[in-house]
Every structure is written in C-alpha cells, then in structure tokens.
Design a protein around this ligand. Structure first.
Ligand code: PLP
Length: 374
C-alpha cells in the first residue's frame, strides 16, 4: 500500500483541474498579449480565471498578480515594499518559510533594511506583546508573518495582527500559502496589505500562484519585461497554471466546510490514537489549539530507530516529512523546530493531510508506526 501524508509539501492535482487544462493545451495556444483572435481568446480565459479567484477572495481582479508560485510572491511583497513603499524596517519571525527568511536576510545583508525577529512562545505562537514593542511607531515598517506554519501548523490571528500593524501605520504581509483555498477568506474585510498563494498546495498545478496587493498600495514590477499583469510582472502568462489555479480554488472552496470537517476528523483521530498507543508522545506546536487542520507534527519519544523513522516509513510506502520538505536535500535540522526548542533527540515527523486522505490510510500509517517502534 502506498500512503501519501505529505500534503503540506505538495498535493496531487485534482481530476477536475486536469480535465480543465487538457482542452486548453489542445486548443488554446495563443499569446494573450496578441491582438488577433487567437490571443484575444486566451486573454479572455485568463481574465475569467482572475475574476473567479477575485470573487472567492472578495478582491478586485486588479489586486491579483500572477506569479510562478509562493516563493516569487513572497519575494515580490518584500522587495517591492522596500523599493516602492519606502520600507526600511522589516519584522518577521524565525519560523517563516525560507521564501521569506532568505529574502529578508538578503535585504539586511545588502543594508536595505533593519531586520527584527519577533519572539516565538514555546507553543509556537507569536509573542504579540513583543511584536507591538518591535513595531514601535510603525514608521516605514513592514510586518511579515505567516498565517499557518507549514511545519507545525500553528496559526496566526490575522485580523488581530493586521489591526495592530495598521493602528501603528505599519504594512502587513502574510504568507498564506498553506491557508489560501483551505479557509474562506474575505480579503477586502481583513486589515492586510499583501497575501501570497501557491496552487500546488490545494490540488492545483505547480509553478503558479499569485500575490494579492491591496488596491490602496502602489507597487511596481519586480520582474521587468513586457507589460503583462498591468506592468507589474513581465513574462508571458502561465495560462495552464492560471486556469488550473482557478479551477483548484473553485473545487476547494465550494465545499470547504466539508473538507475541513473530514480532514480535521482525521487529524483528531490520529492525535487520539497516538496518545492511546505510544507512551510519552508529544506534538510540536499547538496541535490541539489554534492549528491548521491539514498538519500534525508529532514529537516521538527517543527511540533507537528514531533517526531512521522517515526511511522506515518510506520503505513501507508511507510518505511523510521530517520538517519542511522545501529544504529536503539539505540535511540541516528544521529551523522551525529549533525556534520552539523542540528536543533534537526526539524524532519529529510531519504528517500532512488533504481532502483525498482516507481513514484507512491513517490506520495503515499508524499500524506500521507501532510495528517500527515496538
Ligand atoms: N511559503 C510556505 C509557507 C510554503 O509552505 C511554501 C511551499 O513549500 C512556499 C512558501 C513556497 O511556495 P512555492 O513552492 O509555490 O514556491
């Protein structure tokens, strides 16, 4: 049996998404910038997809800039804040994805910003008092904090943090890569300036995402070239990706509560079963509190097979992750687990689920785990 429990790394494309993009690949090859009928047809397809996404998030289509994914969108929010909004101080946390952390580190190393790291509490939540202190008078300041952490699942109170930032005049960017299309958003009502999206986290294609920029802000291109995306992102549009993203979002959000209940049920079941069957089990982050329903980071007791747990699971057909899959290939420990002082001697495994995950798959994974550990 093969069981895929690494959905925070990426998800399989939904059948509906594949069905939506195949005819496009067969029939609609025009360049949307061309003024002839081939181009106009595809321009219409792109703008229909943009309007659909705008409808679901309650934003105007002009507030969405298609990008090559979450990494580019995060880069653009941060770099354009500095270049176009005069930001000279960025506050972020040590638990952010490398798309944010490495970008702000670059901005600091090139003397473009002062960088502040907000304190993280032992349960993985951001210390909001420390954040308020760091924002100070909010002048030329951007706060960049992710909505849900991709490794431990902790969630940020977006509205509260956005209100805090805006009350002080600071800008607010949130990496929402793990939450867009997993929750219903009303971006128009939220006090937020930038959010980021990546389609492959919700059964869409890889290599496509977007940056939402509030219409109150005026930013320019990060990638220079043609006048695509109203001059804010040069390069011929990824038509297949854009249509796939819109379809994936539609499929995810039309029945979002049903998906949430199903996946949260699996997560709760797994927590309960692990607690019943493995003495000394713990969870990294706030698994039973304000936590993303698709992620469960398990902190196993020390065990002789601990360091080889992922390999043992892989040999049994179970795909999980030992931290962020985005840094797989490097054997450095997880910076997120380090920031919450998780004991490095205790093996940590991230199980991450999707609406396609079944209880049978969870039972298989649990039974194999017990066999390995007993
Ligand atoms: N931000 C978070 C929280 C992520 O989990 C990821 C993906 O792993 C990214 C950003 C990067 O997204 P992409 O793979 O689309 O570049």
């Amino acid at each position: 049996m093969k069981v895929y429990l690494d959905n925070a790394a990426t998800t399989p494309m939904a059948k509906e998404v594949i069905d939506a993009i195949i005819p496009l690949m067969q029939n609609n090859f025009g360049n949307p910038s061309s003024t002839h009928s081939f181009g106009r047809e595809v321009r219409g397809i792109v703008e229909t997809a943009r309007r659909k996404i705008g409808y679901f998030l309650n934003v105007t289509p002009g507030e969405l800039i298609f990008t090559s994914g979450g990494t580019e969108a995060d880069n653009m929010a941060l770099l354009c804040s500095v270049e176009d909004l005069g930001v000279t101080h960025i506050i972020t946390s040590p638990m952010e994805h490398h798309a944010v952390l490495h970008t702000v580190e670059h901005l600091q190393a090139t003397n473009q910003i002062k960088l502040s790291m907000v304190k993280v509490k032992p349960d993985g939540h951001i210390d909001l008092e420390d954040l308020e202190r760091l924002i100070g008078d909010g002048k030329n300041t951007l706060v960049s904090l992710m909505h849900a952490n991709n490794e431990i699942g902790n969630m940020l109170p977006l509205e509260k943090v956005g209100n805090l930032c805006h009350s002080k005049g600071a800008y607010f960017h949130s990496d929402t890569v793990q939450t867009i299309a997993h929750y219903a958003f009303d971006l128009d009502a939220l006090p937020i300036d930038f959010v980021t999206c990546s389609a492959h986290k919700f059964h869409g294609p890889k290599g496509i995402g977007f940056l939402y920029v509030s219409k109150k802000l005026k930013i320019n291109a990060m990638i220079h070239g043609g006048s695509q995306e109203r001059g804010k992102r040069g390069g011929t549009e990824n038509i297949i990706g854009i249509v796939g993203l819109a379809k994936a979002m539609t499929e995810a959000l039309l029945n979002v509560e049903e998906h949430q209940n199903h996946v949260q049920g699996l997560k709760t079941y797994m927590i309960n079963e692990l607690e019943k069957n493995i003495t000394g089990i713990q969870f990294n982050g706030d698994a039973k509190g304000d936590s993303l329903y698709t992620v469960l980071n398990v902190c196993f007791p020390e065990h002789p097979k601990g360091s080889m747990l992922l390999l043992h699971l892989d040999l049994l057909g179970i795909a999980v992750s030992g931290g962020s899959a985005c840094s797989s290939g490097s054997n450095k420990g997880s910076h997120v687990l380090e920031s919450i002082n998780s004991d490095p001697k205790r093996p940590a495994v991230r199980f991450s689920f999707s609406r396609l995950t079944t209880k049978e798959e969870i039972d298989y994974a649990l039974n194999q785990l017990y066999k390995i550990l007993n």
